[in-house]
Design a protein around this ligand. Structure first.
Ligand SMILES: C[S@@+](CC[C@H](N)C(=O)[O-])C[C@H]1O[C@@H](n2cnc3c(N)ncnc32)[C@H](O)[C@@H]1O
Length: 214
């Protein structure tokens, strides 16, 4: 869901640096051939992720929830020379398509795809991540945060997607009855109350929680 009026949203996209040809192809292919294409970050959010990554120049990026690889390709644009990106998805049916697009990226040799449950894979990654994008199952955001936060260096950035959940986080009925809405609200409150970090909830697209470890 977009929180801006459609004309404003269109205007913002029209005045934002274009995505690469590779990202346009992946975007189109995903919309034509893959279930649930609204999961893909898309042009505006993709440029936001790319810019954050270029500002941070991370040595090691972790993405939780690859889908078809759009956001991973955007995040990789900011990698420091010799840096690595690890991305995890539980859906093995996505693997061939993800690899097809990763192989065409200038960052292909720095990108590592893991297929499996992120809750099992994260504890086995022996890497000090300095940029993390959380975008998998919403009811595990708090678990991913807990698994990672103590291992991150000072200044590390976590970006969590969909934290407004189409506005359901301010709807009392959804908060009481929908498990993902409840989980995201608890995650937002947990981050806000955590003295180890500073954070901004940015109302971009479906809500990006941007967190910096102090
Ligand atoms: C919103 S999509 C990711 C979109 C992608 N980050 C992008 O912006 O283009 C969420 C993905 O998380 C994956 N996922 C869900 N639960 C997972 C888990 N426990 N471990 C790993 N991946 C999971 C799904 O298979 C799905 O592809």
């Amino acid at each position: 869901m977009e929180f801006l009026d459609q004309p404003i949203s269109n205007y913002a996209e029209a005045h934002t640096t274009s995505e690469s040809q590779l990202l346009t192809s992946l975007n189109r292919d995903t919309h034509s051939n893959v279930l649930a294409p609204r999961m893909l970050s898309g042009h505006l959010q993709g440029r936001v992720l790319s810019l954050f990554s270029k500002m941070k120049q991370p040595k090691a990026i972790l993405e939780v929830g690859t889908y078809t690889g759009y956001a991973a390709l955007c995040l990789a644009e900011g990698l420091a020379p010799g840096g690595v990106l690890h991305t995890i998805d539980i859906d093995e049916e996505l693997e061939t398509r993800i690899k097809h697009y990763f192989d065409q990226s200038p960052y292909a040799s720095q990108m590592h795809l893991h297929i499996g449950n992120a809750l099992d894979i994260i504890p086995n990654l022996d890497t000090e991540f300095d940029l993390i994008f959380l975008d998998a199952d919403k009811d595990n955001y708090s678990a991913y945060y807990d698994l990672l936060i103590d291992k991150l260096p000072q200044g590390a950035i976590i970006i969590a997607d969909n934290v407004l959940w189409s506005g359901k986080v301010v709807n009392e009925h959804q908060l009481a009855n929908d498990k993902d809405t409840k989980a995201l609200d608890l995650f937002n409150k947990k981050v806000y109350a955590d003295e180890r970090v500073e954070n901004i909830l940015m109302p971009i697209r479906d809500g990006l929680m941007v967190i910096r470890k102090k």
